[in-house]
Write a protein that binds this ligand. Structure first.
Ligand code: PMP
Length: 368
C-alpha cells in the first residue's frame, strides 16, 4: 500500500515552491471573524466539552437536512450521519461494502481509491467523458458490481460535471439493477453558473450522498456527512462508533451556531464562487497563452483544472524537472487504477495568487 502522492508531495515541498498540487481552498476566504463570533457564543457552555451522540449533534444535522429539503430532496436529521470529513464517510462506506466490487470513474479521486484498496474493494474503472461517465461502460460494469462511486459535480480531478441526461440515465440504471450509488459532492456548492440536482435525489433509498464543509468553510474542522435512508444510517453508525465514537462535538457546536444565519452562509458561498471563477478564468487564459499545446476545458466550478498535452508527454516523469524549478502539479496517471504514465495533468487554481499562477505556468513551460 503506497501513500498518497499528493500528501507526500505536500510534505516535501518548501515555501518557495509554487504548488498547483494540493486541493487547498483559498485561506484568505475563510470567514474567520464569523467563526470566531460563533465560537465565543458557545465557549462557556459545558455541553460543548462533553461526549455527544455518535451520529452528530441534532442542531447540525437539522441544519444540513434543511438545506437538502430546500433543494427539493426531502431530508430529516435522521437521514444524516456526521463524519470526520467526507474522507471518513468514504472509509465507513468502504468498511460497509468491504470485499465487494465497485464501479468508479477513471480518472477518479485518489483518496477514495486508496480507501477502496485498503478495504479490498475491487475497483472497475469506466471512462469519464466531458459530460459524465460513459453510460454503456457504466451499465456493463454496474450490472455486476451493483455499487458505484461517482463525483458528478466538478469532479476531482477532472472538473467534469454530469449533464442532466446522464444524471437521469445513471439513476435509471441504479434502479434497474437495484444497486447503490455513493455520490460524493464536496464541490457541488462551488458552481460558477448553476447548481445541478443531485442524482441521489432520484434514488433516496438507493444512495449515500456525501457532503463536507471542507471546501465551503474550513477543512481543519474535519466535518462532513452522509445522507442516506434512515435504516442505512443506523447500520453505518455501528462502524462510525467503532472508529471514533463521534466527530468533534466542540466543532459541531461552532458550525451549528455559525449556520444559524443562513443568509450569511449564502453570502460567504457566493464570495468563494466569485473568487474561484476569476482564478479559474485566469489560469485557463494563462495556459492558453503560455502552453497552448495543453488542451483543457475552462472549469465551470470546483477547484481544479484538468487537461492533457496534445503530444505524448509523460507528465509523471516531467514532475522531477518541475520540482527542481520549484513548481508542482499532480500528474494525471495518479488518478487511474493502473497508474500507467499519460499526458494529463491536474492543476489546483484556488490556492495560488495571480502572480504565482503566471510564474508557475512559465516554469512548467521551461521544463517541457
Ligand atoms: N472527496 C473528494 C472528491 C475530495 O476531493 C476530497 C478532498 N480532497 C474529499 C472527498 C475529502 O474531503 P474532506 O475529508 O476534507 O471532507
Amino acid at each position: 500500500m503506497k501513500r498518497s502522492f499528493i500528501r507526500e508531495i505536500l510534505e516535501s515541498i518548501d515555501e518557495e515552491t509554487i504548488s498547483f498540487a494540493g486541493g487547498l481552498p483559498n485561506s484568505n476566504l475563510f470567514p474567520i471573524q464569523d467563526l470566531r463570533n460563533a465560537t465565543l457564543k458557545i465557549l462557556d457552555n459545558p455541553k460543548v466539552y462533553q461526549y455527544t451522540i455518535s451520529n452528530g449533534i441534532n442542531e447540525l444535522r437539522e441544519q444540513i437536512a434543511k438545506r437538502y429539503t430546500k433543494e427539493g430532496f426531502p431530508t430529516t436529521k435522521d437521514n444524516i450521519l456526521i463524519t470526520t470529513g467526507s474522507q471518513q464517510a468514504m472509509y465507513i462506506l468502504a468498511k460497509f461494502f468491504e470485499n465487494k466490487e465497485i464501479t468508479i470513474e477513471e480518472p477518479s479521486y485518489l483518496g477514495a481509491m486508496n480507501i477502496f484498496r485498503l478495504n479490498n474493494l475491487k475497483m472497475d474503472g469506466v471512462k469519464l467523458e466531458d459530460d459524465g461517465i460513459n453510460i454503456e461502460g457504466f451499465e456493463k460494469s454496474f450490472k455486476n458490481s451493483k455499487l458505484a462511486y461517482l463525483i458528478p459535480d466538478f469532479q476531482n480531478p477532472s472538473a467534469t460535471t454530469y449533464s442532466e441526461e446522464k444524471r437521469e440515465e445513471i439513476s435509471k440504471i441504479v434502479e434497474k439493477y437495484d444497486g447503490v450509488l455513493i455520490e460524493d459532492s464536496p464541490y457541488s456548492e462551488l458552481f460558477f453558473e448553476k447548481k445541478m440536482a443531485y442524482i441521489s435525489a432520484k434514488l433516496p433509498k438507493n444512495s449515500f450522498h456525501l457532503g463536507s464543509f471542507s471546501k465551503t468553510l474550513v477543512p481543519s474542522y474535519r466535518i462532513g456527512w452522509i445522507r442516506a435512508d434512515e435504516q442505512k444510517i443506523k447500520s453505518l453508525m455501528i462502524i462510525k462508533e467503532s472508529i471514533d465514537l463521534h466527530s468533534s462535538g466542540f466543532v459541531q457546536y461552532i458550525l451549528a451556531e455559525y449556520l444559524k444565519d443562513e443568509a450569511k452562509y449564502e453570502k460567504h458561498l457566493q464570495s468563494i464562487r466569485d473568487d474561484y471563477k476569476v482564478k479559474a478564468d485566469y489560469f485557463s487564459e494563462q495556459l492558453n497563452l503560455i502552453i497552448p499545446e495543453f488542451k483543457h476545458q475552462k472549469p465551470k466550478g470546483g477547484m481544479f483544472l484538468y487537461g492533457s498535452f496534445k503530444d505524448k508527454i509523460d507528465t509523471f516523469a516531467l514532475i522531477e524537472k518541475c520540482l527542481k524549478k520549484k513548481v508542482v502539479y499532480v500528474p494525471g496517471n495518479q488518478f487511474y487504477i493502473d497508474k500507467i504514465p499519460n499526458s494529463e495533468i491536474r492543476f489546483n487554481y484556488t490556492h495560488s495568487s495571480f502572480e504565482q499562477i503566471e510564474k508557475g505556468i512559465k516554469l512548467i513551460k521551461s521544463c517541457l
